[in-house]
Structure formats: C-alpha cells, structure tokens
Design a protein around this ligand. Structure first.
Ligand code: FAD
Length: 468
C-alpha cells in the first residue's frame, strides 16, 4: 500500500496549491482528482473560461461600439461562436496542462478517481470510469473538494435550456433572450458576456441591490452602467418558477407590488450561489463533523475536529473565491510543517469582471456604519481621470474609507477600468496599515488609472484631491 505524508482531495486552486506547497516543504504528497482534468471549478468551468469569454465579447462589443469613435471602421463584423468557444477551450487547456506540469515538477502523485475515507488515515480511490480501486495510507489529509451550483428546489434544471454557469460557458449560438436568475458575481459576468454579443438579457434579482455583499455604492453604479449595454434588471423580484416548453423557457416572478412577472426566453441561467461539495467523501468513516449549509467545520487552523484532517477553499466558511482557496492551501501546508502562517481574511479582495470591473477590500461603508465606527470618505470619479478619458472608460470611481481619527485605510471600493488589478494596491496599503495620507503622498505614474486611488486618498485627507 502506498504511503503519504499528505493526501489532498480535489485539484482546484485550493488543492493544487496545497499539494505544491506540501511538496516544497518536503512532504511525500498525493493529489486525488475525480474530474478528467486538473484545476477544479476555477480552471475548468469557472474563473478561467469565464474570463476568456469576457475578453472575447469585450473585443466584439468595442468593435461594434467604441471603435468608430477611435476612427476605426469595420465592415461585416460578425460573431463566430464556434471559434469563440474553441478559443476558450484552448485557454482552459493551456491552464490545466500547466497544472499537470507543476505536479510532475514537484513530484506529486496524481491519483485519478473519487477519493473516499476508509478511516482517518486511509483513503480509497475509485477510478471515475470504473476499474480497480486502490487504497492509500496517509498521515494527513487536506479536503479541497470545492462547491457546486446551488439549485432552487422548485426549478428543474435540464442543463440545456435551464442551465447553470457550467453550461452557460458552452453555448454555441447567440441567445435570443438570456434570462438570468441572480444578480451576483457569476450572474452578472454571464449576463455581460451575452449582452455584449447582441442577446437580449434580463436579470431577475431578489434583493434591491446588485452584488449586495459588496459596498452598496458599487452595485448602484454597476446597474446604471450595465443598463447602458441593454441589460434589463428586475430588482426586488422573487422568482417563483422556470419551466421549459420546447426551446422556450418561461420564468415567473413576483414583483415588489405582488403582481406576476412572466419572462420568455430561450435560455435561463440559475445563478443563485454555490454550495459546498462533499458527496462521495464518506466523511462519517473518519468522523469529520459538518456545520450549517453543508460546509465542513474547521477551527482557526483550518483543521477539522479530527486531528490531521484539514479542509480548505469553497468547502469551508468564508468567501468562495479562488485566491482565498489558494491562501488556505499554503496556510495548511505550512501549518502541517509546524510553521505559524497567517491569513488576513478582511483583506481578501472581491472582484467582478464586468466592464467596468468592480472590486472591493476591507470594510464596506454599510459595515462601518453598523459598527458605529467614525470614518471619513474620499472618492474620485474616472470621468476626471486623463487616462480614462484617453481610453474612453469614464464610468465609475474609487472610494476610500479611512478612520476619522487615525486616517488608517479601512476599506477601498472601486468600479472602473482595469480595477481588478488596481485593487492590489489597496490590499498592499491596507496590509501595511497605511493611512490615506501615506498613499496620497506616493508618486503614481501619469497617466494611469491608478492615479484615481491616489486622488481618492487625497480626497479622504482634508478633501484635497487635485483633479476635481
Ligand atoms: P474547486 O475549484 O471547486 O475544486 C474542487 C475539486 O475537487 C474539483 O475538481 C472536483 O472534481 C474535486 N473533487 C470533489 N470531490 C472529490 C472527491 N471525492 N474525490 C476527488 N476529487 C474530488 N473565483 C475567483 O476568485 N475569481 C473568479 O473570477 C471566479 N470566477 C468564477 C466563475 C464561475 C463561473 C464560477 C462557477 C466560479 C468562479 N470563481 C471565481 C470561484 C472559484 O472557481 C472557486 O472559489 C474556486 O474554484 C474554489 O476552489 P477550491 O479549490 O475550493 O474547489
């Protein structure tokens, strides 16, 4: 029987990063994956394919709309969905192949199949396509089995017309009417993809705000800007059903006035969140306890109630984000090695890859109000940025929240061009507990979108932004 120091179950960003860090620290490491390719949700059906399609459709949308303004005229512009989807497939392949390379480089044994506990130190791996199962012995286990789309019990998803994000990444035609249930991150990214290539898109949201977990000012501005590309929003609507007849999907919802809304489309994406995935693990055999919402219960060291068994990523509490899973992968590997790593969960940024992009880190203004914290704000709109005017991306703003007395930055919330990258500056500043004044006094290259961060910090310190 093969023996390992650490066995990781699941090869998503949590699992593969944990495996690599374990191998770097000198542990004999195995990685079990039931899906035919490595990389988990993120690389196969999540972050990477969605960003590939967002980039492709953004090019098309710009060619159709803003190119003319730049003096570029195109004739016979058309979308080739097969090519767009094939390209996305190529991007995914390059990334998942990269993980295979990294496993080899780090001498990690990749075991294909479903991993289940026999007891706390033994795992049986049943090959997905059938064949003989093998059992391994292990000192430690890291569970990184991720999540799956949440289902609404009253909607039957046939995965052809009433679909999850996984199928939404594979449609090889421009939908006529793409109805999205859920105005969160995944719903809005998918809505953007199809709206940009000419589909009529409707988003039905239960809450009165889009991306309601982020600073509310962001959702408000995003709704305004996405409205400009034709996305129709039905806010404060409670979906009551979605049914398919032939190729027509009918979505019904109750309006805020208690009336019935009926939307007919050719596709309905159900994007109401994701749920932790533990099916097939046989956690009972190891005695691992769960907590609410199907998550695995862990302590501050990400260890379960069973010593030597850890859990990370989407399957445990906290933001369901790839970079959070990655941090936890490294954290657990180093914990097993006897080190004392640390994760600052407050500073895990949240990003939405619509256009404009949206990002936030730290406390939202709503949270600060709730805590009764004395704070000040500084905002800078992209319409006052020279760089944004040059590229024509003048929607959005950067908002900085700072402690009223100490000036320490408590939260940064942005919507605008390329701010998925710009948020890293806010994370760095906050990790070093910078004041708004600190950032206001740092030189930012001109002209850049990043100047909006400096100006917002200047606005937060004595309202002294220069360019507005
Ligand atoms: P996962 O990536 O879900 O990986 C879990 C793996 O475990 C899977 O490969 C699964 O097959 C395997 N597995 C499960 N059970 C077993 C078993 N018993 N035996 C063997 N293998 C098993 N996050 C971001 O940060 N940025 C984004 O831009 C972003 N975009 C997204 C877009 C979409 C459409 C979706 C759906 C998600 C997106 N996410 C994004 C979220 C991100 O994908 C997840 O947070 C991340 O993948 C979680 O990583 P993980 O390692 O916990 O699990």
């Amino acid at each position: 029987m093969n023996q390992y120091d650490v066995t990781v179950i699941g090869s998503g960003p949590g699992g593969y990063v944990a495996a690599i860090r374990c191998a770097q620290l000198g542990f004999k490491t195995a990685l079990i994956e039931k899906y035919p390719t490595l990389g988990g949700t993120c690389l196969n059906v999540g972050c990477i394919p969605s960003k590939a399609l967002l980039d492709s459709t953004e090019h098309y949308h710009n060619a159709h709309t803003t190119f003319k303004e730049h003096g570029i005229e195109l004739k016979d512009l058309a979308v080739n969905m097969n090519q767009m989807m094939d390209r996305k497939g190529g991007v995914v392949k390059a990334n998942v192949d990269g993980i295979v390379y990294l496993m080899k480089k780090n001498k990690i044994d990749v075991l294909a199949g479903v991993g289940s506990f026999v007891d706390k130190n033994h795992i049986i791996i049943a090959p997905t396509g059938g064949g003989e199962a093998q059992t391994i012995e292990t000192k430690n286990v890291i569970i990184a089995t991720g999540s799956k789309p949440t289902v609404l019990p009253f909607i039957q998803q046939d995965k052809q017309r009433i679909i999850t994000s996984t199928e939404a990444l594979t449609i090889r035609e421009v939908p006529k009417h793409f109805v999205v249930i859920g105005g969160g991150v995944i719903g809005l990214e998918m809505a953007s993809i199809y709206a940009r290539i000419g589909a009529k898109v409707s988003v039905v949201e239960y809450m009165d705000s889009l991306i309601p977990n982020m600073d509310l000012s962001l959702g408000k501005e995003l709704k305004r800007v996405l409205g400009k590309i034709g996305i129709q929003f039905y806010m404060s609507h409670k979906v009551t059903g979605a049914t398919r007849t032939g190729d027509v999907v009918t979505v019904t919802a109750t309006t805020p006035k208690g009336e019935e809304l009926k939307l007919e489309g050719d596709y309905c994406l159900v994007a109401v969140g994701r749920s932790p995935y533990t099916a097939g693990l046989n956690l009972e055999a190891a005695g691992v306890q769960m907590e609410e919402r199907g998550r695995i219960k862990v302590d501050a060291h990400l260890q379960t109630n069973v010593p030597g068994i850890y859990a990370i990523g989407d399957v445990v509490r906290g933001a369901m984000l790839a970079h959070k899973a990655e941090e936890e992968g490294t954290f657990v590997a180093e914990t097993i090695a006897g080190q004392k790593p640390h994760i600052n969960y407050l500073l895990i940024p949240g990003v939405v890859y619509t256009w404009p992009e949206v990002a936030g880190v730290g406390y939202t203004e709503e949270q600060l109000k709730e805590q009764g914290k004395a704070y000040k704000t500084g905002s800078f709109p992209f319409k006052a940025s020279g760089r944004a005017r040059a590229s024509g991306d003048t929607d959005g703003f950067v908002k900085v929240l700072a402690d009223k007395t100490t000036d320490e930055i408590l939260g940064v919330h942005m919507i605008g061009p390329r701010i998925a990258d710009l948020i890293a500056e806010a994370v760095t500043a906050m990790e070093f507990r910078a004041s708004a004044e600190d950032v206001a006094r740092m030189s930012h290259a001109h002209p850049t979108y990043a100047e909006a961060m400096k100006e917002a910090c200047m606005a937060a310190t004595d309202n002294r932004a220069i360019h507005m």
